[in-house]
Each structure stands twice: as C-alpha cells, then as structure tokens.
Ligand binder design. Structure first.
Ligand code: FAD
Length: 567
C-alpha cells in the first residue's frame, strides 16, 4: 500500500503530453491524496545512439517546454536530470523517498530495452514498486496474434485517461527542493545545431495539426499521399507527435472516428451531388488514415514481440545475403542524393532538409538502396532513423525489412525509380526543387537526365558526369540480379518452413473488419475503383506549421508534359 506521506514519481519518456496520459492518471489515483512529481532524464546512452539526431533533441525540448507548463497548471512539478537512468532515479529516490515509480511501457531500441531491464532490477532491489502501463495498442507479453485486433480496438475505444489537478502535499518540501537540469537543447547537450526545417514540437502543435487535418487537409488524404508534391499537405503529419507521445494514439483515433461519424451523418442528409462527392471523399480518407493508425501499433507489436528484429533478418534464412557486400561508395552516394536517379536523389535531399518523407517515397528510397544498390538494411536504416523526425523503432525496422525482402512473409515490392518519377512527379517539379543542378533540364529529360544529348546538356547548364552523376548502377540489371539472389533464398524448403513461423508470429490476422487488415503497401499503391491515378495536389492547401515558402509545393510547370512511354 502506498504511503501518502511520500510523493509518487512519474518517469516521462516518449509520452510528452498531459492529455490522455495513463501513467500520470494512474500515479494520481495511486497517490491517494499524496503528492506527485514527474522526472525526465537526458540519458547519454540514448542521446549517443546512432539513431539520434539534433532535430530529435530540439523537437523533444519543445515538447518538454509545453508539458512543463501544462503540468505546472495541474500542480505537478517537472524535474529533469542528465545521466544514466538507474543512477539518476536512485538519486531522486534518495532525495524524495519515493516508493512508487510509474511509467509507460516503451517499445524502443536495444538501448532503451536494456535500460528498462536495469531499472526494473534496481527497483526490485531498492524496494521501489515500478509500475509500467500501456499507452498504445501494443500488448506486452502477448501470447498470440490471434485476437490482437480486438484488443487494439478496445484500447482505442476506452475512455481517455484524465489527469486531475494534484493537491496532495505528501513529500512536497522534498520535491520543491529537487534540483533540475532544466530544458536542454543541442547547445547544452554538446550536439551540433539542428539544421532541419521541421515541424515544431509540443502538445499544442500536435492538437493543431490534428485539428487542421480533420477539418481541412484530410479531405485529400485518399489519393493524395503517394506523390511527393501532394503528400506533405495531404498526409496527417502526426507521426513525430505520435513518436514522442505529444499526442496519444487513442486521442487521434477517437477524433478521427468522431469526424468519420459526422461525415456519415452529413452524407445521409446531403442533397446535392457535389456535397455527396465531398463527403464520400472525406469518408474514404478517414477510413484510410484509421487503417494506418492500426498499422502503427501492428508494426510496433512486431518489435515488442521480437526485439532482435532491430538487428537480425526476420527470416534468418536471409542471413548472409547482403551483410558482406556493403559498398561504402554506394551508401555515401545514396545518403547525399547523388545516385544519378533523380527522384531517389530528390527524396534523400528533401528528407535531410525537412526530416519527413511520405510512405511511398520512403519505400522507394529503401527499395532502391536494398535491391538496386544491394545495401544491407541496417546501415541504411540507421541513416534514415537519424533523418526521420518521427523515428519509431517498431515501425522503422519492420518496414526496413519489409522493403528489403527479408521478412519472408511479404510480397517483394521493387520500385522502379524512373517509373515512380514519371507517375508521381510527371513534370519534375519536386525533382527540380531539390536538385537545383537539374533546374534547366527540359521536362523530356528531367526523369532520365543521362539520356540528354550533349548539346542539350550544354544548353541546360548540366553536364552529366560533372554537374549531376551518371546512374550509379543499371537499375534493370541490378534488380534482375537481386531477384535471382532472393529467389534462391526464398525458394528453399527450409526457408519456406521458417517463413510460416514468421507469419504465425508476426503476420496480421483477418477478422470481421477486413478493411483494417490489409497490407498498407498494397493499400497505398491502389488506384481508385476506376483505375484512375491520384488527383493532382490542391493548390489551396497550406500546412499549419510552415509560414515561409519552404512548403508546400504545387505543380506550376505548365509546359511540355513528360514522356510516359518509358519506364
Ligand atoms: C522504410 C520505412 C520506414 C518508416 N519509418 C517510420 C518511422 O520511423 N516512424 C513512423 O512513424 N513511420 C514510419 N514509416 C511509416 C510511414 O511512412 C509514416 O508513418 C508516415 O509517412 C508518417 O507521415 P504521416 O504522419 O503524415 O502519416 P499518415 O499517412 O497521415 O498516417 C497517420 C499515422 O499512421 C501511422 N502510419 C502511417 N503509415 C504507416 C505504415 N505504413 N506503417 C505503420 N504506421 C503507419 C503513423 O503513425 C502516421 O503518423 C516508415 C515507412 C517506411 C516505408
């Protein structure tokens, strides 16, 4: 039984919000009128991970500034410390005497997994009750994937966790006396400055982005999320907030469900064809985004169930395929956007500058790295993790493996960078924006600049091999070879038996709500029922968090159409 004379400590990690915060709510309930406080740790081992970037530090600082103010209004003090988790928690325990530590379950990297085990051991030895509560649809110690979808829905539909104002006084003097390291940014943490033009952090920013998406931008989600032109405004852009916990998955789910039901009711009452078409578009979009919220936890569950997939092929029969052939030169060219394939290069440069890419383009750059350049997913994945503001280990490593053909349970999906460029950026607007060396290249050549005759190169001010590289590899030949190597592995009877086990362990299950069970890759690739490609971006769209001309982009090029007969 908790002693109300002692304060309860809430350890904040990737849950930087005050609304729908089960750990804070649980701590309040368990404090039984006693005091409570929150602690956040700047852990060197976390900050030194190869996945961590300065943009994460600054985004996190903005989230912490927001939550500090919100917690203060709830009567809860936020204290920060810099150091190893067990040492810091023990220090704070000695200073306050807390006997109950509450935190959310985290499905993180190997570093945080090992850290949490150390903290659990320390708590046992120090006589501290360490209570970890779930905050997403991920289920700890899940026996089987059967029935998981229902569990997920139950969690999403449950009432949100409210945090009442804390008026408890237990241990207040000790809590007030606690020293705090304050809110630390790159400068204080001796990190290079954050150079990305990125989304701002914070719970308020998350709420604004959600509201803007559900009332305005979300209309174009269905059909608008594949092209790098329309995706920045058509996608929800909630991922970094979900990754840092600045908004809960349940809040997003419930708000989208409310909006979907409103659209459904309005559709029943709609009288004009135009109104009906609008509301149907909203419904399609909302259903599509909801299925992705489900996939968020589906992918995280894979890492929760098998932490080793961060480092090892899900299908161990694929071990040795790429491990020994990592070309430093190819990796470097891919990272800086100099592979000679314009859409891949534009994506990589835009990612480094902004910290975000839409799903299809993430899949494209990984497919290109894994199949065309034959690079192992681990070094490419580490680079991408640093660039993605929304780095979420469970989604990230599962997707990296899925897009590299090492899960054994997914259809091989190899993207053709030129075909994608022609389809998703037909006039080369995105390409020119991020590859200024191609700015003067005529539309007919912007997707395949290596085919430009010498005199056109001179006139365009872009000599291939000097201003922009020749293709690093012959994509078609490289893919033929990749398929041959993968087929040899996947065709082996032992590998097939292993793949069945992977499917049992990690595969999605079909149930009555079939729409939620579909493979998101197939879904995102789908055209509409009449086989039409996605609509062009809406020039009226604006993002709520960029006020400069950094984004969004619209297709202003109205001269020659790009060739469509080449793939
Ligand atoms: C190689 C690769 C790596 C990826 N790494 C990450 C990562 O580190 N963190 C991350 O959040 N997403 C990752 N994704 C999934 C996806 O690309 C992003 O979630 C999405 O682009 C984020 O933008 P958004 O919030 O506007 O997404 P929206 O399309 O608006 O979707 C809403 C939310 O649904 C979830 N979601 C969307 N697509 C997927 C998906 N395919 N799988 C699982 N969840 C999804 C995300 O939480 C997202 O915020 C990765 C995809 C690929 C192909």
């Amino acid at each position: 039984m908790h002693d109300p004379a002692l304060p309860v400590c809430v350890w904040l990690k990737r849950d930087l919000r005050a609304v729908d915060h089960p750990a804070l709510a649980e701590a309040c309930a368990r404090a039984r009128g006693g005091g409570m406080f929150a602690v956040f740790l700047y852990e060197p081992e976390v900050l030194d991970q190869p996945e961590w970037d300065s943009s994460h530090t600054e985004f996190q600082r903005e989230c912490l500034a927001d939550i500090e103010a919100r917690l203060a209004k709830l009567g809860i003090r936020l204290v920060t410390r810099r150091g190893e988790a067990v040492a810091m928690l023990d220090e704070v325990r000695r200073e306050t005497g807390f006997r109950l530590l509450v935190a959310h379950e985290e499905t993180g990297t190997g570093v945080t997994y090992a850290r949490d085990r150390r903290v659990r051991r320390w708590a046992r030895e120090a006589g501290v009750e360490f209570l970890e509560v779930p905050q997403t649809g991920v289920v700890r110690r899940l026996a089987s994937r059967n029935g998981w979808n229902r569990l997920w829905e139950q969690r999403m539909e449950a009432a949100r966790a409210t945090v009442p104002r804390s008026s408890g006084t237990g241990g207040r003097e000790a809590v007030v006396r606690l020293e705090t390291a304050g809110l630390l940014g790159c400068r204080e943490l001796d990190q290079p400055p954050d150079t990305k033009t990125r989304q701002p952090g914070g719970e308020q920013a998350a709420a604004d982005v959600l509201d803007d998406f559900l009332t305005r931008r979300g209309r174009h989600y269905s059909g608008g999320i594949s092209s790098p032109l329309s995706a920045p405004t058509s996608c929800s852009r909630l991922s970094p907030y979900l990754a840092f916990g600045a908004i809960s998955m349940r809040t997003v789910w419930q708000a989208s469900e409310k909006r979907r039901l409103e659209a459904q009711a309005a559709l029943a009452a709609a009288t004009t064809p135009r109104e009906r078409a609008e509301l149907k578009a909203w419904q399609r979009s909302l259903k599509a985004v909801q299925s992705r919220l489900h996939w968020h936890c589906h992918f995280m569950q894979k890492l929760e169930d098998e932490p080793a997939i961060e480092f090892h092929n899900m299908l161990r029969a694929a071990d040795g395929l790429r491990e020994h052939e990592i070309s430093a030169e190819r990796l470097a060219a891919w990272q800086v956007g100099r592979t000679g394939y314009p859409l891949v290069d534009a994506c990589m440069r835009s990612l480094v500058a902004t910290g975000w890419l839409t799903f299809r383009m993430r899949a494209l750059v990984v497919s290109f790295a894994s199949y065309s350049l034959w690079l192992h997913w681990r070094p490419t994945g580490l680079f991408l993790a640093r660039q993605f503001l929304d780095f979420e280990p469970g989604i990230h490593w599962s997707q990296l493996q899925m897009q590299s053909g090492t899960t054994g349970i997914n259809t091989l999906r190899i993207y053709n960078p030129t075909k994608q460029a022609l389809e998703q950026d037909p006039r080369g607007v995105f390409i020119r924006r991020w590859l200024p060396e191609l700015a003067g290249v005529p539309p007919a050549y912007v997707h395949m600049p290596w085919t430009m005759p010498a005199e056109v190169q001179q006139a365009a001010g872009c000599v291939i091999g000097r201003d922009y590289p020749l293709p690093l590899v012959d994509h078609a030949a490289a893919v033929r070879e990749a398929k041959r190597r993968l087929a040899a592995v996947r065709g082996d009877p032992q590998a097939r038996a292993e793949a069945r086990n992977v499917a049992r362990r990690h595969g999605s299950r079909r149930d009555a709500r079939g729409a939620m069970q579909q493979d998101p890759v197939r879904r995102s690739l789908a055209r509409d029922a009449k086989g039409r490609p996605p609509p062009p971006p809406d020039p009226q769209q604006r993002l709520p968090f960029f006020t400069t001309d950094a984004a969004p982009m619209t297709d202003h090029t109205d001269d020659q159409a790009a060739p469509t007969d080449e793939t």
